[in-house]
Design a protein around this ligand. Structure first.
Ligand code: ADP
Ligand code: MG
Length: 424
């Protein structure tokens, strides 16, 4: 997906206000009726509708004209791009990110960008895009789509990001070689840039034995800390010029007390051994030559013989706001999604790497909005959202003192809105 950050710089305060209102509406609605967006945003003189048009033009929201099951009404939902913009804006306001650069990676369900801090430090921003693969794979299966709405994918992507951030932070604090977890907002994680390449791209290793031993040692140490990576392979292990190892990609980690823990552990170990044995005997044999890793000499660790400590990282994880309920939620839903997905090729990486060569600095024109301003806006909009919901449930007669005045009395139009809102 192309992330046109230029557009982000020219969005106005009202644009963000309405975009945030759509996001808030999505807490209770898959498709948010325009009237509800308007009530939450609270812009004067029908301003919301004009803004919605602009957001549609920039593909930040999607207009769903199929009648929603509950509201019998059409409405709007956030696109991933809209969600990206909200996350990036929040990170800019917090002073974490000042500029967004080129895309440096694409995972099955993520896009990775270079970003810069105010002092010029280059970092990495990972935007989680759950549902991208499985969504495409099952496009034809209507049943599946019906139950897995876009709302759920945004929610799951947020959980995946929070989980990744929490694990990265906790693992870093326990001395594991992982990127530094810098910050997290919505479905976006900011981390330090690893100076290296994924193992899969490394054609030659000086000390393959040592690297293999380090990697296997990491799987064992993780298990001792009560964790299994679950996607430990040549794509998620980075190697630098000194053959130092960094592991990445943590949203699928599980506890050693998971019912399939042994299977996941064995699979992680097997992936690594398979990769090294393939590399040393097959087409890279010449490159490795005398230094080829003697895979058979290194013993495969057995899950049952590791002294495991469960709950070791619980405190650190919950400190980042990642709860046990989040963990259960994401595990269950990801399993469902994995069961429904199949191998689908991802975007052509070359194509992506050509986009956006330089850093684009954000919000030079409207940098007056500080983090506090953002929090304040969220608070105000939340209040309006609660009022709108209360009004729709009949617990409040009017949304504001000026409700009737704004709408020109209790007109037919008004009662239509009231009727509709009862269905929300
Ligand atoms: P996914 O969960 O979609 O597999 P990953 O976290 O594995 O995403 O990242 C995809 C790719 O992006 C990696 O293979 C790597 O090339 C690059 N990447 C991710 N994180 C970093 C980082 N901190 N530093 C440098 N490159 C990274
Ligand atoms: Mg990965």
């Amino acid at each position: 997906m192309k992330l046109d950050v230029d557009a982000l710089r020219y969005l106005s305060k009202d644009d963000f206000r309405v975009l945030t209102a759509v996001e808030m509406g999505m807490r209770n609605h898959e498709i948010v009726p325009a009237e509800l967006v308007d009530r939450i945003a609270g812009l004067k003189h029908g301003g919301t509708y004009k803004v919605l048009k602009n957001l549609l033009k920039h593909k930040l929201v999607h207009h769903d004209s199929s009648k929603c099951e509950y509201t019998r009404n059409d409405g709007f939902r956030l696109t991933y791009l809209g969600y990206d913009f909200l996350a990036i804006k929040a990170l800019v306001n917090r002073g974490v990110v000042a500029a967004v650069g080129r895309q440096i990676g694409v995972g099955k369900e993520s896009d990775i960008f270079e970003v810069a801090a105010e002092d010029g430090t280059i970092m990495v921003m990972k935007l989680h895009r759950l549902g991208r693969v499985s969504f495409r794979a099952v496009k034809s299966k209507r049943d599946y789509l019906k139950h897995r709405s876009s709302y759920n994918w945004l929610y799951l992507s947020r959980l995946a990001a929070l989980k990744e951030y929490a694990f990265m932070k906790a693992l870093g604090e326990h001395g594991f070689p992982v990127p530094d977890a810098v910050d997290c907002n919505r479905h976006c994680v900011v981390m330090s840039l690893v100076q290296g390449y994924p193992l899969v791209q490394v054609k030659q290793l000086q000390n393959p034995d040592e690297v293999l031993e380090t990697i296997v040692g990491l799987v064992v140490r993780l298990a001792e800390h009560g964790l299994i990576h679950c996607d430990f392979n040549e794509f998620n292990i980075m190697i630098d010029d000194n053959e130092q190892v960094t592991m990445i990609d943590f949203p699928q980690m599980v506890s050693v007390s998971h019912r399939n823990a042994k299977m996941y552990f064995d699979r992680d170990v097997e992936c690594i051994f398979k990769f090294f044995s393939k590399r040393s005997v097959a087409k890279y044999a010449k490159l490795y030559d005398e230094t080829e890793a003697d895979v058979e000499e290194i013993e495969r660790p057995s899950f049952s013989s590791i002294a495991k400590t469960t709950g070791f990282l619980d405190k650190e994880l919950s400190a980042s706001g990642f709860t046990r309920k989040d963990q259960d939620d994401i595990e269950k839903k990801l399993e469902d999604a994995a069961a429904a997905s199949c191998n689908v090729s991802i975007q052509n990486e070359d194509e992506i790497l050509q986009s956006g060569e330089k850093l684009v600095y954000m919000f030079q024109e409207n940098s007056d909005e500080a983090d506090d301003g953002d929090a304040e806006l969220m608070k105000r909009l939340n209040k309006q959202r609660r009022r709108a919901i209360a009004a729709s449930q009949g617990t409040r007669k009017a949304l504001s003192r000026n409700f009737y005045k704004d709408k020109g009395g209790k007109s037919a139009h008004n009662s239509k809105i009231q009727r509709q809102s009862c269905n929300w």
